[in-house]
Design a binder for this molecule. Structure first.
Ligand SMILES: Nc1nc2c(c(=O)[nH]1)N[C@H]1C(S)=C(S)[C@@H](COP(=O)(O)O)O[C@H]1N2
Ligand SMILES: [Mo]
Length: 429
């Protein structure tokens, strides 16, 4: 497949013949004279889970919408596919209404190709680099040799909210849903590194996973990021082998991943095979250049910024989400139970304020404490809209350091860290 195509739909537009081969690979060309039949029809029907009554008028080269989405989002429910190669899919905010995000609603951000083998049997994690005792551990060894903990932890992509940048920033056009908070079970990265023995002079970790580069070149890695050793030694950074009480989904890094709450999702290496310690800032794939970096000073929208003026993103900013009601909802009851979450990297949330009058007045929401550091905090507020009409609900969180969500985006060239207030539009009948 050409690497520049955005998704199967675009692929069909660009090169219907090639796309046809990829999608209907098991059907020989001679079998398909303009419409599906025989084995091709049966295969397609089986994949769709239903017969196709109008198969005679279904043109060759037409990819069923349902098929395109299901094929790449196995085990996911209601996610919006932004790209299928690599797979990138976000969760609409109203599907993030649960206190803990279920596995089938947890977003997917891949930079490369999912590894073929994601079985826990025989999976190995190597800890090396600047350590006294390099180690290779299986998942049962991790479980046996270290304390196993379960923590609710947020993972948010650094580019969440990029879709709202003007001028636009290239990259996945995430709106709100490149975020989730799940209960991860695993061992602390700190405990494993301490057992390996951290040598003097270590300043950074470096992470590697088993996924392949999009080019197919086995010598290239899709992504290899790291974190400061200080962050690595905090007590809620996990090497996780379970998510919400079950195996990690394949798309979310099965059988083993890092979870680095509060920092860009890219730090949370999936399909984890190696962590090495370094005495320099890690320079792996997507660590250098302008990847996951922002200017070290405020810049005007559209301003050119020299590469040396970028710095690595560490903690993620204060943010909130409205998860009920869904934007665009038509509501008949004027009393509406608003709900959502709020979070701020390495900090807690002090309060969440809600406006239903375009920011003229604000009401304080009821806010739960985090179940543990690194979890989002749930908030709720019942409001009564005064009369029928269109309203916007705005949410604005303030964190423990007093930082508050802004109204406007602090623009940066790569479209990271958009933490503007969440706005949801509703009509009251
Ligand atoms: N091995 C590997 N780990 C990875 C990635 C990847 O492409 N490969 N993507 C990273 C990015 S950019 C993000 S935002 C998170 C997303 O985690 P999720 O797909 O489980 O939601 O995984 C990170 N870990
Ligand atoms: Mo990301």
């Amino acid at each position: 497949m050409p690497s520049d195509h955005q998704n199967l739909f675009a692929f069909f537009e660009q090169d219907p013949e090639a796309a046809d081969k990829v999608v209907f690979g098991r059907v020989s060309h001679a079998d398909r004279r303009g419409f599906l039949r025989g084995a091709g029809l049966a295969t397609m029907g089986a994949m769709l889970g239903a017969a196709i009554p109008f198969h005679r008028t279904m043109p060759a080269g037409l990819v069923p919408v349902a098929f395109a989405r299901d094929e790449v989002l196995v085990g996911k429910d209601g996610l919006i596919l932004l790209n299928d190669r690599p797979v990138n899919a976000e969760t609409p905010p109203h599907l993030l209404n649960d206190a803990i995000t279920p596995n089938d609603r947890f977003f997917v951000r891949n930079n490369g190709v999912v590894p073929e083998n994601t079985s826990a049997d025989g999976w190995q994690l190597t800890i090396d680099g600047m350590v006294d005792n390099p180690m290779t551990l299986t998942i049962p060894e991790l479980r046996d040799q270290f304390e196993v903990v379960t923590l609710a932890l947020v993972i948010e992509c650094g580019g969440n909210g990029r879709a709202f940048f003007d001028p636009p920033a290239s990259g996945n056009q995430w709106t709100y849903g490149a975020i989730g908070c799940a209960e991860f079970t695993g061992v602390r990265l700190r405990d494993v590194l301490q057992k390996a023995g951290i040598k003097d002079g270590v300043i950074y970790t470096a992470h590697e996973g088993a996924d392949g580069h999009l080019s197919g070149d086995p010598d290239k890695k899709p992504i290899s990021r790291g974190i400061t050793i200080e962050k690595a030694l905090t007590d809620n950074v996990l090497i996780a082998f379970a998510m919400n009480g079950t195996n990690l989904p394949v798309l979310n890094g099965a059988p083993l991943r890092l979870v680095v709450p509060g920092w860009p999702g890219s730090c949370s290496q999936k399909w984890l095979t190696r962590i090495w310690l370094r005495d320099v800032v890690h320079d792996g794939a997507k660590m250098t250049g302008t990847s996951y970096r922002v200017p070290n000073r405020p810049v005007a929208p559209g301003e050119e910024v020299a590469d040396e003026d970028f710095e690595i993103i560490e903690r993620m900013p204060v943010k909130s989400l409205i998860t009920n009601p869904a934007t665009g909802a038509d509501l008949t009851d004027r009393r509406v139970p608003l709900r959502g979450h709020a979070y701020s990297g390495d900090r807690s949330i002090r309060n969440v304020d809600i406006s239903i009058d375009f920011g003229a007045t604000w009401m304080s929401a009821e806010l739960d404490p985090p179940v543990n550091a690194g979890a989002w905090q749930n908030w709720r507020l019942e409001v009564t809209f005064p009369k029928a009409g269109y309203y916007e609900v705005w949410s604005r969180a303030t964190d423990s350091a007093g930082e508050m969500q802004p109204f406007a985006i602090a623009w940066n060239p790569k479209g990271y860290l958009n933490n503007t207030m969440h706005r949801v539009g509703v009509r009251i009948a």
